[in-house]
Design a protein around this ligand. Structure first.
Ligand SMILES: [Zn+2]
Length: 124
C-alpha cells in the first residue's frame, strides 16, 4: 500500500515542530467513528512514543468530497500534534481525554498558521 499523502505533512511537522518523543501515525479506516483523531503516549520498553491515530477520510470519501476530506484530516492532524507538543504529566493518567488548555491552544494556533498560511501547499 502506498504511503498516505498526509505523511508528507507529518514530515514537515516533524522538522518544524518536533515533540518530546517520536510520533507514529496510525490510520483509522472506520469513517463512521465519532473520533477524528487521538494522541496517546505509548511506552515501548524503556522508550516512549506518541501514537496519533487519524480517521482516514481521504481514502474513504468520494472524489467530490476530497477537498473537505483534506481539510478535515489536516485539522485533525494539527489538533493531535498540538496535544503531543503540549503533553505533560497531567495527561499521563487521563490519556483518553487530553486537555485543551491555553497552552494547547497556543500550539494549535502556531500549527494552524504554519500549515494553512506559511507553507503554500502542505500536501507537496
Ligand atoms: Zn483534543
Amino acid at each position: 500500500m502506498p504511503r498516505h499523502p498526509i505523511i508528507k505533512v507529518v514530515n514537515k511537522l516533524r522538522d518544524k515542530f518536533p515533540p518530546a518523543y517520536p510520533v507514529k501515525i496510525v490510520f483509522n479506516k472506520n469513517i463512521n467513528s465519532s473520533c477524528l483523531g487521538l494522541c496517546t503516549l505509548v511506552k515501548q520498553g524503556r522508550k516512549s512514543i506518541f501514537r496519533i491515530s487519524l480517521t482516514d477520510y481521504l481514502n474513504n470519501y468520494p472524489d467530490e468530497y476530497q477537498d473537505l476530506a483534506s481539510s478535515v484530516m489536516l485539522e485533525s492532524l494539527i489538533h493531535e500534534w498540538a496535544h503531543a507538543l503540549n503533553w505533560s504529566h497531567l495527561h499521563d493518567n487521563n490519556e483518553e481525554h487530553p486537555i485543551h488548555d491555553e497552552t494547547w491552544g497556543v500550539w494549535y494556533a502556531k500549527l494552524y498558521n504554519y500549515i494553512f498560511y506559511e507553507i503554500k501547499d502542505p500536501w507537496i
